[in-house]
Structure formats: structure tokens, C-alpha cells
Design a binder for this molecule. Sequence first.
Ligand SMILES: [Zn+2]
Length: 424
Amino acid sequence: MNPLERLDPDALRRHQWARLETLARVAVPANAFITAQWKRVGLADTRDLRSWDDFRRLPLTRKSELMEDQAAHPPFGSNLSYPLERYVRVHQTSGTTGTPLRWLDTQESWEWWARCWTFVLSAAGLGPGDRVFFPFSFGLFVGFWAGFEGARALGALAIPGGGQDSAQRLAAMETLGATAVCCTPSYALHLAEVARERGVALERLGVRATVHAGEPGAGIPAVRARIEESWGARAYDHAGMTEMGAYGFECAAQAGLHVNETEFIVEVIDPATGRAADDGELVLSNLGRLGSPLLRYRTGDRVRVARTPCECGRTFLRLADGILGRVDDMLIVRGVNVFPSALEGIVRRFAAVDEFLIEVYRRGHLDEVRLLLEVNGTAAPVVAAVQEAVRVDLGIRVEAVPVPQQSLPRYELKARRVVRRARE
Ligand SMILES: [Zn+2]
């Protein structure tokens, strides 16, 4: 383990502060976006940043501001600390919630991405000698590009799985002796499904760890259990964002997500009041992406802080159960707040359910939820059991209906399993 992962809280704050001062010297006044944020709260100069109280005076950054800034200063926006020719990589968000956001990286910040990923991969027990397969279409979405660099930086063999279908990917993993796979939880389950159809014994491939990002899935016990069982491997959760970096990872204790506090400052706020809270919205600042930094960024992710120490010995803050969901994804079903991930946690306990979709529709003034279930075998008893489990666990009645096999979409990137319909 990197000694930085075990710093005591005071040493960790001092480490963060030194990084923050370096960032401030690079970004103010060179970076127009960051400098404008500072001026809004009366900080004119980097020398005005003297304490953590000053830091907490800085405005929270919203994604909508970044979108507006890129629209006003196309194509890259004004959050740039250096002239354009210093930047060597461009990526963009997956665009699941509107127009994609573009992000530039310098040589240094691209190396920083890789370094952040080495924390993720080594916490999953990987290192030199491992062969890490990335079943990912290497396009503009940053996704696993950075993970690929992380595997390289760690000294493992990084295997690209772009331009291949699922069957070809399974074959490549076998031929090349993959020992680890990085993909979304949904895609790990889809690969397991394809393997089953083709008679490939996934658990005999030799993959011992799977690392998952893009969706909360791997932090949901029933999803994790299903991935681990079908792959014969341990499944690790990871969290990152195009505009922020690879900030969260799971250790061998698999007890929630650690936030990499040597590279990120973490805050959790009540989304309504902006005050510090243990259960609320995750707010992050990155410390190593000096060319396009983000300070006090409202991630939109709902989290709960775990206050007990982790048995792994890391002192980094831990988020119990990982990312619980998007703040704006929460459904209100008959007065009960429900994250789609809670429904997924129940549905995935049923091995006979291959895939599912959550339909949300309006009845009168209320949201109603219907679960569409692809059941392998006789559907009726499984559908009834899922409905009953939702009633018992969440205290709500939802309608569950069987749909034909292979009728629901499968995903390589972020799954969209919640669909809003205008009416029933
Ligand atoms: Zn731990």
C-alpha cells in the first residue's frame, strides 16, 4: 500500500493544502473560469487563500455552469490554465444527461489520471504480471481510457478490447490469459450471459478480479454476488467522472468506496442547504489536474459517509455502499423515496432474471413504477416473488411484468434502466 493511504488526518490535510496552493498558483489568474469563481467571493489573489475556511468560501461548481461556459467559449470552454497547445488529450462525458462536456488534459494531467487509477487497481490486488482486459470501445468517452493508462503505469499488461463483439472479447481474454477485467457492472453480467449461451466456462478463464465503474452496480450486494459467482472472481467497485477524475476505489475489505484523499478533497453536503452532512451530495475538488481543475464540484452523486475505520488500514474517507445513486434520479413512489439502485439490489437477487427495466409513468399526480423482467424459465412465480420482495424490503407496491427473452437492451457503457413514459 502507498504510504500516502495511511496518513493521519492532520498530515493528510497538510498534504492536501500544499497541493491546493500549487494548483492556485497555476490557475489564478491564468485560468479564466477558476479566477472568475475566486473573484465572486472576494479572493483576488492566491495569497488570499490562507485557511480551510477560505477554501470553503469558494463557490460550489455546478455541471450546468461548465455546460454554459463551453457553449459560450466553444469548443473547450474557459477552464484552461495553459495555452491550448499544452493539451494532449481530449475526451468527453458519456452524454447520458444531455450534451456531452469536453475535457482537455495535459501530459502531466494525463499521467495524473494514470496515477489515480494505480490506486484503484492495486487496491483490487492487481500489479505487475497481471493482464488487464478492457472490453470497451475506445472512443471519445474517457471511460476506461484512463484505466488502460493506469494498468500500464502499474506495470501490468493492458489489453484493449475495442472493435470486438462480446464473443470475440471472450475469446481474446482466453487467448491472452486475462487475469482481470475492467468494465461496467452491466457489461460484466452481459458477458456472463453471452458466455453461458456459448458454453464458455467463464470461471475457468483465470480472471481473478473485475473492476467496475460507470454505474453504482458493483456496490450493490446482489449485483456484486452475481458478478462474482459468474466470473469466479472478486468484483471491485470504482467511481470516477470525466470532468473530475478517478476518485473512488474499493479495497480488499469491500466495505464501500474509499475516496483518494491524496488527490481529491472530499466534502458531503445537504443538497438543499449546502451545509456539511454525512448523508448527502458528494462534492469533490481535484488536486492534480492543474490544466483544467475543478474546485468544490457538485457531483450529483448521493452518498453516505462511513465513520468507522476500515479494516484495510487506509485512512481515506469511506462512502458506505458506494454511490447510492444520482441526486436527481431518486423516484418518489407513493411518498417513499426510492433510488433505482435499491430496486436493482432486489431484482438481481433472483438468478432467473436475466435483465430488467424500470418504467416510471404518471398516474394522476403520482409516479408509478413498473418493473419489466426478462425471466429465464417459468416467469409467473419469479415475477410474484420480486414484487413481494420489493414490498417487504422497500414498503412499496410495484407492478412487475414478464417480457420476452432478449427484448430489453444490453449495455457496454452506462446502462439506462429507468425509462420515463408520459402515461400508462
Ligand atoms: Zn479499506
